[in-house]
Ligand binder design. Structure first.
Ligand SMILES: C[S@@+](CC[C@H](N)C(=O)[O-])C[C@H]1O[C@@H](n2cnc3c(N)ncnc32)[C@H](O)[C@@H]1O
Ligand code: SF4
Ligand code: SF4
Length: 339
């Protein structure tokens, strides 16, 4: 567990020094920059984590000493208290493993090509074998790690039950990226037992028709039913809305989407197809949601895939309107107390 002393005030981001995405021949230290090649193709995970630590620490050093590096112009950099040196916090398993599949075909999906092109005989690890390997390393098994599953549709994986079971035997917390169309009893139990830190679902629509158009799957009602069926009050469910021009940038979908988020009081994150700028119409819709959300005590933010300008627009608007709302409420309360 890190102490106050382990942090320093500088430019940084939530990934650098905390996040590790492992692949057989490379690793990533965030979801924004390109991956880094590992020293050798058959490196063990422990070696890979060591290489990640050295690489990450040298980036932290570059940032502190204002040397140009891959982070220099990144839209995710901000002033704040960040770790002084690399300390693994989250391991992410993305769609790069044999057996990864998905039951949807989202029009925007950046993993679609990979998911459709796995050679069955490819000598790759599976998400399960990878997690088992990591869970055998005793210091990692005992560490309070977040394991992020983002591999195809994790609930459609043939090993889903065995994968979820690993969380019963480790100190890990699950961060699950899921389309939420599949109900899995073991996942429900994990949520119930407080082992799921966060669930992220990209809903992207507020109507069945638009959902089907974007996801190539007529599963809107299944997702809504699962939101009711899973014990989501025992975790943090975040609903994403990825704007696609002329498909879901309309009031009907936004209103439908917002009413779902309001009902379950979930955080809303706006997102974009890999940094594609928002149109004026999208900004009007974002503003509508922010105003409603503030009055219903719902947090609105955005993902790392939103470009700097739109990210500033969303975060600044939310912060400003929230402060105004809180100020007005305070004044009202004062007035009421005087009476
Ligand atoms: C690749 S999916 C895998 C997990 C799961 N199937 C799901 O949809 O959550 C992980 C996340 O990547 C996001 N994503 C996929 N393609 C994207 C793109 N082109 N731009 C931004 N986000 C994208 C999805 O919305 C989802 O939240
Ligand atoms: S490139 Fe950006 S998101 Fe990635 S570690 Fe650097 S600052 Fe963070
Ligand atoms: S559900 Fe996830 S993995 Fe499947 S196509 Fe959509 S974004 Fe891609």
């Amino acid at each position: 567990m890190l102490k106050d002393d382990d942090y320093e005030y500088r430019k940084g981001c939530g990934y650098l020094g905390s996040f590790f995405l492992y692949r057989e021949n490379e690793f990533a230290f965030c979801c924004v920059a390109k991956t880094v090649a590992l020293n050798s193709a058959n490196q063990t995970i422990t070696d890979a984590i060591q290489q990640w630590g050295l690489h990450t620490n040298s980036l932290i050093d570059d940032i502190k000493n204002q040397r140009n590096c891959v982070c220099t112009d990144c839209h995710m950099l901000s002033d704040g208290y960040w770790v002084k040196s690399a300390d693994l916090y989250c391991i992410s398993i993305d769609s790069d493993n044999k057996d990864d599949i998905c039951n949807f075909g989202c029009v925007y999906c950046f993993a679609k090509n990979k998911l459709n092109n796995f050679n069955v005989n490819e000598n790759k690890k599976t998400a399960l074998s990878l997690l088992l390997e990591i869970s055998k390393i005793s210091y990692l098994k005992q560490k309070n790690l977040f394991i992020q599953l983002s591999n195809g549709e994790p609930c459609a994986n043939k090993d889903a039950d065995s994968i979820f079971d690993i969380f019963n035997k480790t100190n890990w917390s699950l961060v699950l990226n899921t389309n939420f169309s599949i109900y899995n009893k073991n996942l429900a139990k994990l949520i119930e037992n407080g082992k799921v830190g966060k669930i992220i679902t990209s809903l992207d629509a507020g109507t069945r028709k638009t959902f089907k158009k974007i996801k190539n799957a007529d599963k809107f009602n299944d997702v809504l039913n699962n939101i009711e069926k899973y014990p989501i009050h025992k975790t943090n469910l975040v609903l994403h809305y990825l704007f696609i021009e002329d498909i879901n940038d309309n009031m009907k979908d936004i209103k439908g989407f917002y009413s779902i988020a309001k009902k379950i009081k979930s955080r809303i994150n706006f997102t974009s197809d890999l940094y594609r700028p928002y149109t004026d119409r999208m900004r009007v819709l974002v503003l509508w949601v922010i105003k409603k959300a503030i009055s219903n005590d719902i947090i609105v933010g955005c993902t790392e895939y939103v470009n700097r300008q739109d990210q500033q627009f969303i975060n600044y608007t939310y912060k400003k309107l929230k402060a105004e709302f809180d100020e007005k409420n305070k004044a009202k309360l004062k007035g009421a107390n005087k009476k």
